[in-house]
Design a binder for this molecule. Structure first.
Ligand SMILES: *[C@@H]1O[C@H](CO)[C@@H](O)[C@H](O)[C@H]1NC(C)=O
Ligand SMILES: *[C@@H]1O[C@H](CO)[C@@H](O)[C@H](O)[C@H]1NC(C)=O
Ligand SMILES: *[C@@H]1O[C@H](CO)[C@@H](O)[C@H](O)[C@H]1NC(C)=O
Ligand SMILES: *[C@@H]1O[C@H](CO)[C@@H](O)[C@H](O)[C@H]1NC(C)=O
Ligand SMILES: *[C@@H]1O[C@H](CO)[C@@H](O)[C@H](O)[C@H]1NC(C)=O
Length: 567
């Protein structure tokens, strides 16, 4: 798949000069340098007087502008005449928010706000109670907001303060406008009516990370399936997801991403409409005419772990070097936000939809207390050692791990096999591997993103790299499988640095760092890519301790073990 580095999307420019001129003078933006040049007439609202007057220049300008708009947006406004197109936001739940009349223009996101809502000390909207960085405050955001600004009504909904941290890589610029009708009348605009789902990939620097895609997709599915979001949309046609907006990805994505996205959005689509809504991607946005504005009626944004409502986040610089350099502040992580499905019923429904779409037999139900059924009745149960295609980062003694699995697994009546996969293998290969495995052993890594789709009663044994811990990151896959309620998930983690094989002797210095100290980019990368030797005695002990209970069908919580600490 292709991902771009997007300094322009990420960087927030100060535009104080703009606030001042527009707000104070109440001028339409075309008077300002760098803003759209005024066409003879607006198209945001059709002025009945001018239209009936039939002034030729008006019509020609309107037509010219419409022709330059891409076909994925509409030239006709969605708002009724005289309805001010101020930007508002509703956040009724921590799991999502919806912006109403969000604007994209010249590579940035804008909110048009009344002049009295302009930024100033103590007047910034979207103030979080515990606004400190999660990394230093420890507790993270609790989702409670101070309702002191930006409130109002939109389309019969009580709106919430605008959050400027639109999504992890997108910041919203507040643009105070004193005469909104004059502003939008003179705007060259394209419109996206109904509901547009924004999907901002949190780590564009790691484009093949299926795990980070899964973490946003499972929440997206949960929000759409829950359906309460529909009541927070405005307009006549907001109750379905009409399109997906990918500000930092391309439509031509990795098959795994594509298939998971198709199922994740399925509860939101219009019945009778296309099964997957159309996608507007980074390239489309880049090509959008720079003098025009894109007005979005409802922009649905699902919560992730990385978006701070006051935009205390973002990558700056071509190599996204701030990802860890500022340790937690620039790279905000809300440790209180639970990734995964919000409800085990959604996990089951998602799994069923994925199996159906991929052509696998339906998953059999599992009743704890009875042995979990195999995917195909009567077939032997399989234990899989899953390896990354290039064995990178490597599992140094994988052959010994395989031998240990043969010894323990065969004794337990399992057929043991080894499978290698790459992250860009077809989704069907990933799913097939996991669906047919009752027990799976793998090193922590993106391949485990499919684990939460295993059949009920199945088991993951995850081999964690040495000192791999950063704001709960080692539990990325565990949190997803746990949210299904019907999968076992155990982990083994080395406690001796001799089991970690750094790719350069210089890096051995990191082996003494504590997990708290190891939060900067280099240390994490060094541990993430270090080769891993498994202590076979410990692995065998773990397998022997858990396999009999797992195969007998003991309940997940009954067998659960504490997550091994990074020491
Ligand atoms: C806003 O601008 C329009 C012209 O587009 C004008 O007719 C109207 O009087 C202005 N309203 C205010 C409050 O200045
Ligand atoms: C939406 O609102 C209607 C009317 O208030 C209510 O009956 C319905 O339960 C709501 N739907 C959801 C999914 O919350
Ligand atoms: C997983 O959940 C735990 C809380 O149970 C949390 O501390 C941790 O940060 C979470 N990790 C991820 C990656 O979601
Ligand atoms: C290892 O450290 C030495 C001394 O600091 C330095 O000259 C060398 O470039 C380093 N090598 C790598 C691969 O980091
Ligand atoms: C493996 O683990 C066992 C038990 O914790 C320990 O006694 C042994 O020294 C370890 N072996 C290696 C090679 O680390």
């Amino acid at each position: 798949m292709s991902v771009l580095s997007l300094p322009r999307l990420a960087v927030v420019f100060a535009i104080g000069w703009l606030y001042g001129s527009v707000a104070v003078q109440g001028q339409a933006p075309h008077k300002q340098q760098g803003m759209p040049q005024r066409p003879p007439s607006g198209i945001a609202k059709v002025d009945p007087i001018r239209v009936s007057a039939g002034s030729p220049p008006v019509r020609r300008a309107t037509a010219d502008h419409s022709l330059s708009l891409p076909n994925w947006c509409s030239a006709g406004p969605y708002a009724r005449d005289d309805e001010p197109l101020f930007t508002a936001m509703t956040r009724k739940e921590t799991s999502y928010k919806i912006y109403h009349n969000a604007y994209w223009h010249a590579h940035k996101w804008y909110a048009l706000v009344p002049p009295d809502a302009k930024l100033g000390d103590g007047h910034q909207s979207g103030v979080l109670h515990n606004a400190a960085c999660a990394a230093t405050s420890g507790s993270g955001a609790d989702g409670s907001y101070v309702n002191n600004a930006g409130e109002g009504d939109i389309g019969g909904l009580r709106s919430s303060p605008l959050e400027e941290g639109l999504s992890v890589n997108c910041a919203l610029i507040n643009l105070p406008v004193s005469n909104i009708s004059a502003f939008t009348d003179n705007m060259r605009a394209g419109f996206l009516p109904g509901t547009t789902l924004l999907v901002d990939f949190p780590f564009p620097a790691f484009p093949d990370n299926l795990g980070h895609w899964a973490e946003i997709m499972l929440t997206t599915y949960s929000v759409l399936a829950d359906g309460a979001w529909r009541n927070n949309t405005v307009g006549n046609r907001g109750r379905f997801v009409d399109r997906i907006l990918l500000p930092n990805l391309r439509k031509e994505m990795n098959d795994w991403f594509k298939e998971i996205l198709a199922v994740a959005v399925s509860p939101g689509v219009r019945r009778g409409g296309p099964p997957v809504p159309s996608i507007i991607d980074h390239a489309d946005l880049e090509a959008f005419p720079k003098l025009s504005w894109l007005a979005i009626e409802n922009l649905l944004v699902v919560q992730d772990r990385y978006t701070h409502p006051e935009r205390k986040t973002g990558f700056i610089g071509a190599d996204h070097g701030d990802l860890w350099r500022y340790d937690g502040c620039a790279r905000y992580v809300n440790r209180a936000w639970e990734i995964g499905f919000s409800n085990p019923d959604y996990a089951a429904a998602f799994r069923a939809a994925v199996y159906k779409r991929t052509g696998l037999p339906p998953v059999a139900g599992w009743e704890p207390g009875t042995p979990p059924p195999a995917l195909v009745a009567g077939s032997p149960r399989v234990m899989t050692l899953l390896l990354a295609h290039e064995d990178y980062p490597s599992l140094v003694n994988w052959e010994d791990v395989q031998a240990t699995m043969h010894k323990v697994g065969s004794a337990a009546g399992l057929v043991v096999r080894t499978v290698t996969l790459s992250t860009d293998a077809p989704f069907a290969s990933h799913l097939d591997t996991f669906a047919r495995s009752s027990v799976l052993v793998a090193r922590h890594g993106p391949l485990l993103a499919t684990a939460s789709l295993m059949a009920p009663g199945s088991t993951v044994f995850e081999l964690l790299p040495y000192k791999w811990e950063w704001l709960g990151i080692s539990k990325l896959y565990f949190n997803m499988t746990r949210s299904t309620g019907d999968l076992h998930h155990f982990a083994w983690r080395p406690t001796d640095y001799h089991l970690a094989h750094y790719d350069h002797e210089n890096y051995t210095r990191y082996h003494t760092w504590t997990p708290e100290e190891c939060s900067a980019r280099e240390c994490l990368m060094v541990h993430g890519r270090a080769g891993l030797t498994v202590n076979l005695t410990e692995l065998e002990t773990l397998l022997n301790a858990k396999l009999p209970g797992v195969l007998a069908g003991k309940a997940v919580e009954e067998l659960r073990e504490p997550w091994p600490k990074a020491v």
